[in-house]
Design a protein around this ligand. Structure first.
Ligand code: PT1
Length: 284
């Protein structure tokens, strides 16, 4: 199937013919890794500036952690953290796309009004019935992520008959619902670490290309410093950059088009090297 290679982010076209980096900008006091923690708005702005200088094409603003076991943040608090920062970033950096990591329809609506160009929802519309309709109204591209359970409970006992086919079936069903509502630009994300054992995560990584080849949609990989790396290497998230880099190369070889990362410079280097490897495939 022909791959969709541009996202229309309110008139701004994001070219995905080559892979791009999405930099993580958490404005939460409780992110799973320090590298993404920027409660102070000025600090968050400077971190975004640094990630853009290093080559990020998307900045993903999140005001509520969704790591395993995270508490839910009240709506007003999430709005207060996210919306002013989205406006500030959209105004200061028109050349990049601001995405917003939220499952709340109200946050999606306010962020879209403030200049967000992508809606990134870890819940596939399951945590707020108004989210899908709001995505449709916004006209923005949507990141559809697979999760089993909720962030509070998802790592307790993940079970699948076949994780790869279950995630694929989920993508087919949900993209159908989204298209019926009028959502045209969809990015697929298998949701590494969201209700999956280490083995489930590596099966998904190894079969990542299936999702884009069956649907024709671009795939996002969120692997950065996650426990699937830490558990194999027996390291903590602060020590997991080298492991992240190694898995990013696998994701690119499996056709991933967006890498969601804490460490932009290193991820951009992996993309450059992957491109060199690709160029080496052409004969003589
Ligand atoms: C992700 C993602 C996300 N991850 C998208 N959005 C997080 N689209 C937040 C662990 O196992 O992959 N895709 N927004 C962060 N969530 C986690 C989950 C962090 C698991 C850490 C783990 O360590």
């Amino acid at each position: 199937m022909m791959q969709q290679s541009t996202l229309n982010c309110r008139g701004r076209l994001l070219d995905l013919s080559a892979p791009v980096v999405m930099g993580i900008l958490n404005v939460t006091p409780d992110s799973f890794f320090d590298g993404g923690r920027h409660e102070d708005p000025d600090h968050a702005f400077r971190q975004a500036e640094k990630m853009i200088r290093e080559g990020a094409r998307i900045i993903d603003v999140g005001g509520a952690s969704s790591r395993p076991g995270a508490d839910t943040v009240p709506e007003e608090e999430e709005l207060r953290r996210v919306v002013p920062l989205v406006s500030q970033l959209a105004a200061a950096f028109p050349e990049i796309v601001v995405s917003v990591d939220t499952w709340r329809a109200s946050v999606a609506r306010e962020a879209a009004a403030a200049g967000a160009g992508i809606l990134n929802d870890i819940s596939a519309g399951c945590m707020d019935d108004n989210l899908y309709p709001e995505v449709a109204k916004s006209g923005l591209p949507y990141v559809l992520m697979h999760m089993q359970g909720t962030p509070a409970t998802m790592q307790q006992a993940p079970v699948y008959d076949d994780v790869v086919t279950e995630v694929l079936d989920f993508f087919i069903a949900e993209t159908g619902r989204l298209r019926t509502l009028g959502v045209t630009d969809i990015v697929l994300d298998p949701g590494f670490g969201f209700g999956k054992t280490v083995e489930h995560n590596y099966r998904l990584l190894n079969h990542l290309s299936l999702f884009s080849s069956v649907t024709g949609l671009p795939v996002l990989a969120g692997l950065s410093r996650k426990s699937m790396i830490c558990k194999v290497l027996k390291v903590n998230p602060a020590q997991a950059l080298n492991g992240t880099t190694a898995l990013h190369m696998v994701a690119l070889q499996q056709g991933a088009k967006i890498l969601r990362v804490h460490d932009v410079k290193e991820a951009v280097e992996v993309i450059r090297l992957w491109e060199a490897v690709e160029a080496g495939k052409t004969c003589s």
